[in-house]
Design a protein around this ligand. Structure first.
Ligand code: ADE
Length: 224
């Protein structure tokens, strides 16, 4: 998979792409991540990538020209499955969306900023608008980081225990059951006996029941 991220603040993507699992995935060539600084595509002598909104609205708007230039250049080099724009008014990002993205070959992510982006970018250059939650971030880089992280870990070979991603919360519309490790008794705080019983079928049943109970309590919407 290849991810091309377009941003005015490349440093904000550093932690998402240069550490831990994503870093290892890049080293193993399971994913290529290219970060493009939008300012490099500005023809303006001040390297501006935004301008005042027509109609007197307060706040700056990302201009179409540098965005079109970088997307056009990338699209000349390869076909893209999706050109994503991160925005709080986009479709809500879910595990199923990450599952789908992890099967794609090439994805562009444009990180939103300022008051928004010229609507013509959304109308003509973007194929998918994604929100990572019902709150407003200062920029789309954190949202892009969420998409990158949750997608890359699903690419086969990225997580060493291939099955572990399958048991994540949300994969089967259930939250994950609680987990414990040693010591079995910490100052009287005990691990449930069943987990120490060695009886695999009973343990699996217990885990499933815990997951169902937790989901019913915290996220009944997932069970509908
Ligand atoms: N940009 C600002 N807030 C955002 C959100 N919640 N999701 C995606 N992009 C954003």
């Amino acid at each position: 998979m290849r991810l091309d991220i377009i941003t005015v603040l490349p440093q904000l993507l550093d932690s998402a792409i240069n550490y831990s699992i994503v870093k290892r995935a890049r080293e193993k060539n399971l994913v290529e991540i290219h970060v493009h600084n939008l300012r490099d595509y500005s023809t303006n002598k001040h390297k501006n990538v935004d301008d005042y909104a027509f109609g007197g609205e307060a706040g700056m708007v990302m201009s179409i020209e540098p965005i079109d230039r970088v997307i056009h250049k990338l699209k000349k080099e390869r076909m893209y499955d999706e050109v994503i724009f991160t925005t709080p008014d986009g479709e809500l990002y879910k595990q199923q969306t990450a599952n789908r993205f992890s099967t794609f070959k090439n994805i562009i992510i444009l990180c939103g900023h300022y008051k928004g982006v010229d609507q013509r970018v959304r109308d003509h250059l973007i194929t998918r608008e994604i929100s990572v939650g019902d709150y407003v971030l200062t920029g789309g880089e954190l949202a892009a980081s969420v998409i990158i992280d949750s997608t890359v870990r699903l690419i086969p070979g990225v997580i060493s225990d291939e099955t572990s991603a399958l048991f994540d919360s949300f994969q089967d519309n259930l939250l994950s059951p609680p987990v414990y490790t040693r010591p079995a008794d910490y100052n009287g705080w005990k691990v449930p006996d069943i987990l120490l019983s060695g009886h695999k079928a009973n343990i699996d049943q217990w885990k499933h029941n815990q997951a169902v109970e937790l989901t019913r309590k915290r996220r009944p919407d997932l069970m509908e």
